[in-house]
Design a protein. Sequence first.
Length: 452
Amino acid sequence: MGSLRWFKNKNKNKDIGLMNKILGLLWTLSLLITFYLGYSYKSQSSELTSSNRSILTENALLVDNENIKNTVVTSSKKQTPHNNNTFKVAVVSMNETLDEIKSILGNGMDMASIAKAYNLINTFSKQELEQALAQLENTANDKENLSLLSILLSKYAEENVQASLAYIEEHLTSKKSKESVTLSVIRTWTKKDALAAYYWFINQNGSKGIVANNSNVLNPIFAQLTKQDFQSAFDRLIELSHNSRSTYSAVTGMTKVFTTKAEFSELMERTNELADRRLKDNVVHSWVTRDPQEAIEWIETVEDSEERSKLQEKVLRSWIRSEPTAAANWYLDKAEPKVKQRYADNIIVKWSREDPETALNWLNQQTEIDQGQSTIKLLQSSVYGNTDFVINNLHLVSNDKDMLNISNSIHRSLARNNPKKAAEFVEQSTVKEALQKNINRYRKYKAKRDKG
């Protein structure tokens, strides 16, 4: 039942052909954005009693893939002398189109290029898709073919998702490539039957196949399941609760399709049923990304002060990436006087990863905290990500102890990529003698460690 017969089904009339063209245009629009996001950045069929959806095992998938090759060979052998020239012209035309698509994708993955590539592939018949995939078998792992292969298999998944997955399993060897292309195929499948895709994941998970450790496929699966029925989607989430990686990806998919405060609120409440703190934090991050004020309003209603404090810190961690000043002011304002310093230091540590210069300017305006202590915290947190910023602001350090500690870190950061600059830094240091002693001590320790 599940095996491929590549040339068996053909359009029987013009109306069907017209409908296929319309569906093709809809496919282009629906897959354009999902492929772009996916690019930027893991023996038998049985029927599900209630949904009549098949779950394919690895062996069945490989059988489908074998049929892909057999069908192309059989089809080419069946060409008669009368139509052989037409067949050759068609193949040449298809090859030229493939070359054009590769050229388009090779010039950059902007939206216009992706749209053009999709439109070209959308002109392929089922037979041409199969022939194109067969031709790419020996070069499927070439980096320059990965984007083309992803689009081809995503399109072909509309006809036979099982064969598309089998092709990935048999012909792609890189784990990263397998995961990337599989995700594209699953995005297509979920639009047609998200529940079947979910049970396929359940059936395959734990094997050594394409799904092993590839919980990212749950993102589009749960996005579609949630669109259809939130309660049912959450029931599926509970089924995955033994695997934290899977549930995290699933929750990310669920929140992507949320549009109201009520949806986020309900999921926040329901996450209490799952013993995984990360899931609640994941929901907060998605909520803050969508509407920080809405998330804050809900968090203020949490009665448990310790829990509320944890959620506020998560808001800060997410919000500071997009609106750092607003996030910092809000978070510090929530602190009781006795914990203002701790809250300020927390802000500084997180802000230093994004924009230490602006963080320093904000810090200089705060009068209710020890600015000197927070400045040291800022410099220490910025050394490895923004070494030059720290060097340029060492004059703000007022004691030798902190100066030496920060200078040790600066030297290690510079020594990794620019030994000459590291040596110059030591020569110019105001704590040169003590710094050189620490460097020598560290080198001896490292040499001893490397020996044995």
